[in-house]
Design a protein around this ligand. Sequence first.
Ligand SMILES: *[C@@H]1O[C@H](CO)[C@@H](O)[C@H](O)[C@H]1NC(C)=O
Ligand SMILES: *[C@@H]1O[C@H](CO)[C@@H](O)[C@H](O)[C@H]1NC(C)=O
Length: 451
Amino acid sequence: MFPAPPRGPRLVLAALGLLLARLSGSSPPVPDVPHIAAYFGTKTRYEEVNPHLRRDPAFVNASVLKPPAGERCSPVHLTAVIRHGSRYPTARNIRRIQRLSELVRDSAGGELRSRWENWFTEDMDGQLVMKGRAELRQLARRLAVLFPSLLSEENRLRISLRSSSKHRCVSSVEAFQEGLWGRPEYRHEVDDRLLRFFDFCPGFLEGVEQNRSALQEVERFRHGPEVDAVRRRVAAQLGVAQQRLTPDLLEAAFFLCSYELSIRSAHSPWCFLFDEDAAQVLEYQGDLKQYWKRSHGHVISSLSSCPLFHHIFRTLDRAGRPRRSTDAPPEPASILVGHAETLLPLLSLLGLYKDPTPLTATNYQSQHGRSFRSGVIAPYAANLLLVLYDCQRGPRLQMLLNEAPLRFPGLEDDAPLYRDVRAQYRHLLDGCDANKACESRAGGRQPNTEL
Ligand SMILES: *[C@@H]1O[C@H](CO)[C@@H](O)[C@H](O)[C@H]1NC(C)=O
Ligand SMILES: *[C@@H]1O[C@H](CO)[C@@H](O)[C@H](O)[C@H]1NC(C)=O
């Protein structure tokens, strides 16, 4: 691990010195991956969650599939909800990067100025990068190894593929198909009502997205003592006045480290501005935002995913239904490509990653052990897998997140009977009406807060 960096404007030079020391063969070595790489929230790379993929992106761990050992089971259906892969910053963030680079250019401590040139342009706006395509191709290949009977060439025309209309998602679902079939042959459909359900939910748009006070915990934390202390330290290292390094620009500097890593596999000079403590503070800032915007903070955020929830369970119902030998075989797989904003509300609706205490601006210290870490839940190419097995005692369902087993809240088995999962979610299967839940508050009706 990189030693705690010295503070002050000499920092970047010190880091450069270490790099040169490594090039000349003496220690200590600087790892290729920045020491803060796991703290980038939704801008975290998939291989920080699955580090063995750094060595071998084709490695498949077959023991993640856990139908009961004593029962003969075979997989009959896979639903995969997948986030797009690594991408460029959005235009808004690129403009922040431009302002940050202007600030640094005018500053006194000019080491970064001479070591770093801004290569981001606004037209990159959120597009999938080459690394992102590779992530989706590799994920598809691993899933094809894990589920050879489902994702086979002969099943090709029976696998459904749906994507959000955003360019980065369409590119991702294309790359996924290239990974499966080894050729650029595409047959996906675009379905925003399913994968960008939040855009069709006025109650969410008005109550959360366009409502400043819905994210007040985030604003408080951004101007609170923890972030202030980080700003003070980073501003001093950059040689700029603290008030000129706004919370937005501080975040831009932090994300520059993430972007240069995820896009170019580079160890950016911006990374050396942040020690592990600082990175954890900024990680919390990002998690707070996801929590209050897309997760348990407001019930409407998870309820807005009801259309996706029902779509998934309708698909599973059909796939698990008893059939006569003359019936058409069930859909082997349903591939759904969307955003972190697609996955987080759905996972929240399923009751996952709900910490006993809400994340707030004032409980950073007591939330160190929280389960809600967006970098672990929703890194680039994050995926929720629902595997339906045909077993002796009836259909069973297993859930995996980012290719690791994940249990349904309240159920003991890794692959419980499908009817037990349905019983667990009975209240959602019978309710979870997005039309009702999403009615706008301005319409006079009280929001439906029942889950
Ligand atoms: C494979 O998966 C199992 C079950 O999740 C886990 O216990 C084990 O550590 C994994 N092995 C590797 C090499 O990742
Ligand atoms: C905005 O959010 C606050 C805090 O969550 C809430 O009390 C208020 O009702 C919301 N406003 C609208 C228009 O939904």
